[in-house]
Design a protein. Structure first.
Lengths: 295, 328
């Protein structure tokens, strides 16, 4: 495995397409995200594996490529911000925060144990590197709008990235934020929909359909992009491209086509894995598949 | 013909532009901007009701119109505070405290962000607009949210002082105000301390404790009772949370009876907070909680409602008299 954290300050590259070496590194970090998720959920004995697995390449491309961050400086004022409405995927984000020296390894290893700051949902008051708390679905895009608008008012140049789930689009508040972001021309706000097609009770289409997603965001006045959310090179290239235009006057919504549970065959086909636990014997099978996966 | 025929006709914007009910909020924020503070003010399609139109006109770059999207407003305010601004967001108390309760809890209070939530037209002050526009539960709801400070200023001057006192206060605050047409209790520039009750009178027969909109009428009632010979004390409990325990204990030490008065359900608000202090100290005081008795208000103009519910000076005096005479 590549040594974590080779990149001291990420973001702002000149070449829009990552090099082969960079792509290999980003793939490795996505793998790291999945494997660490399995390890941490073994501590808690319950967790949201598949919500992380659909977003692993997105996390990797954001934290190791697109976002301007400084290793070990989670409160650096000019850093790019990230938050997610699907806060239950935080178990996949915490290992990255440790990897970037935002939190201690020991803290990571105490995931969900009494008094540890790391729980199923991210808490900005307890976890360095978490830019906004979440857990109640539907608030994040609004908070992101506030951050992006305040950044502009304060003359800051940072970007605000907000990941939301496709099921999350059922929350009315998301559409309040959709109106607001477009109305205020928040060009440094980049939303990412992890369109994995499933929520707790079943497929999004069966529960309350949200299609056509792309047309909806377009109609709301957002610049939209559709990308294969597991093609980390494509995601990174898109994010670099978006950031290269610093004069944008519309917010962006990326619709990332993903597979819930990506990387573990028996999870990809069974939505019940939204929440669950893998006995060590099954965890070993999952780890073997993830180790072998080539996207 | 695009103008009304009679000068008795009026329209909302024009009326509020000429005689804004709620000047104090804008005035206080304008002062803070002048002092270089990173203030931002927002509202949800109510800038003429809460007077923020004045702030808007002067500082369009620091004003955010959220439209009829209150939940988005509260979460976005939290986002703004998270990157270093001092946001004040205002809408009717009924919408702010009830519709946005969860956004307040999760994004503002749990996240410990210094957002100022201005719930205006609280209580039954919107009269015949009805229950959808009344907030008689907000104190109880906001008081039960950890990390959140709850303050109900009695008038515009006190509101200004609350905002000044709150400027560097690190916690989020719910500020409950009325329509801005409240009679003045306080002269200008009387410094305010968050968490400290303001004692107006001490008394050995009865102590009246009021907050926000009931301070003025309850103070009038106190004066009338005192003029009639009763020893009636009065406390303005502007900060409902954290409540001034010492002031309550001192009041209980002086008087065998306490009457709390609030434009709010008698459950969970000021009366509830005082009851908690008295009960936890095991004090043998007769506490009467006066307000809205766990019901939805009738439809009527506000002054008629205050008379009906004994929340005007006369009504409070009558309520206190019954208590002093041992009739209720």
């Amino acid at each position: 495995m590549t040594q974590p954290g080779r990149i001291e300050i990420t973001g702002g590259r000149n070449s829009l397409r990552p090099t082969d070496e960079e792509i290999a590194f980003l793939k490795d970090r996505a793998k790291f995200c999945r494997l660490e998720t399995i390890r941490l959920i073994e501590i808690a004995k319950v967790g949201h594996y598949t919500s992380v697995f659909s977003a692993a390449e997105l996390f990797s491309a954001l934290y190791y490529d697109a976002m301007d961050l400084r290793r070990g400086e989670p409160k650096w004022e000019d850093r790019d911000r990230f938050m997610m409405g699907k806060g239950h995927a935080a178990v996949g984000l915490f290992p990255l925060l440790a990897d970037l020296d935002f939190i201690d390894r020991d803290v990571l290893d105490g995931y969900t144990r009494l008094g540890n700051p790391l729980g199923d949902h991210p808490d900005m008051t307890k976890v360095p590197g978490i830019d906004f708390s979440s857990g109640s679905i539907g608030h994040a895009l609004s908070a992101g709008c506030g951050m992006a608008l305040a950044g502009r008012m304060l003359g800051k140049d940072f970007y605000t990235y907000v990941m939301i789930g496709d099921g999350e689009l059922q929350e009315g508040q998301v559409w309040e934020a959709a109106l607001f972001g477009a109305h205020n021309g928040l060009g440094k706000l980049i939303g990412i929909i992890d369109r994995n097609g499933y929520q707790l009770d079943g497929s999004v289409d069966d529960i309350i359909g949200v299609e056509p997603i792309v047309e909806k965001w377009q109609a709301f006045g957002w610049e939209t992009h559709v990308v294969d959310g597991h093609d980390v090179a494509a995601v990174a290239t898109l994010l670099r491209t978006l950031k290269a235009d610093r004069e944008r006057t519309r917010p962006v919504m990326i619709i990332a086509e993903t597979v819930k549970g990506k990387g573990v065959s028996y999870m990809e086909t069974e939505p019940g894995w939204h929440l669950g636990y893998l006995d060590p014997s099954d965890a070993a099978r999952a780890i073997a598949e993830i180790e072998a996966m080539e996207i | 013909m695009n103008k009304p025929l009679s000068d008795k006709s009026w329209q909302y914007r024009q009326l509020n532009a000429v005689t804004p009910g709620l000047d104090a909020l804008s005035d206080a924020l304008i002062e803070l901007v002048a002092a270089g503070e990173p203030i931002v003010a927002g509202t949800a399609d109510l800038q003429y009701s809460n007077g923020l139109a004045k702030f808007h006109a002067l500082h369009p770059d620091r004003f955010v119109q959220f439209g009829i999207s209150e939940q988005n407003m509260v979460s976005a305010a939290a986002g703004m505070a998270a990157v270093g601004m001092k946001p004040y967001v205002a809408t009717f108390a009924s919408f702010l405290a009830l519709l946005c309760c969860e956004q307040i809890r999760m994004d503002v209070a749990y996240s410990k962000l210094p957002v100022r939530l201005i719930g205006h037209h609280a209580g039954i002050s919107l009269g015949f607009y009805g229950t959808s526009h009344h907030a008689t539960e907000d104190l109880a709801i906001m008081r039960s949210i950890a990390n959140l400070t709850v303050i109900a200023p009695a008038d515009g001057n006190q509101l200004k002082e609350v905002i000044t006192a709150a400027n560097d206060y690190p916690h989020p605050i719910y500020i409950r105000i009325q329509r801005g047409r409240d009679p003045e209790v306080y002269a200008q520039r009387q410094p305010f301390t968050i968490g400290k009750a303001i004692s107006h009178y001490s008394g050995t027969d009865l102590m009246i404790i009021a907050t926000g909109s009931t301070v003025h009428p309850a103070l009038e009632a106190t004066r009338a009772l005192r003029a009639a010979g009763a020893s009636v004390g009065f406390l303005d409990m502007a900060t409902v949370k954290p409540i001034d325990r010492d002031a309550i204990l001192e009041a209980a030490g002086q008087s065998p009876r306490i009457l709390t008065v609030e434009e709010h359900n008698v459950l969970g608000g000021l009366g509830g907070a005082v009851a908690e202090v008295l009960a936890s100290e095991g004090l043998p005081v007769k506490l009467t909680r006066h307000g809205i008795y766990d019901e939805y208000s009738l439809i009527a103009p506000p002054t008629h409602l205050y008379a009906h519910y004994e929340l005007d000076a006369k009504g409070i005096e009558a309520r206190a008299t019954r208590l002093l005479e041992g009739r209720a």
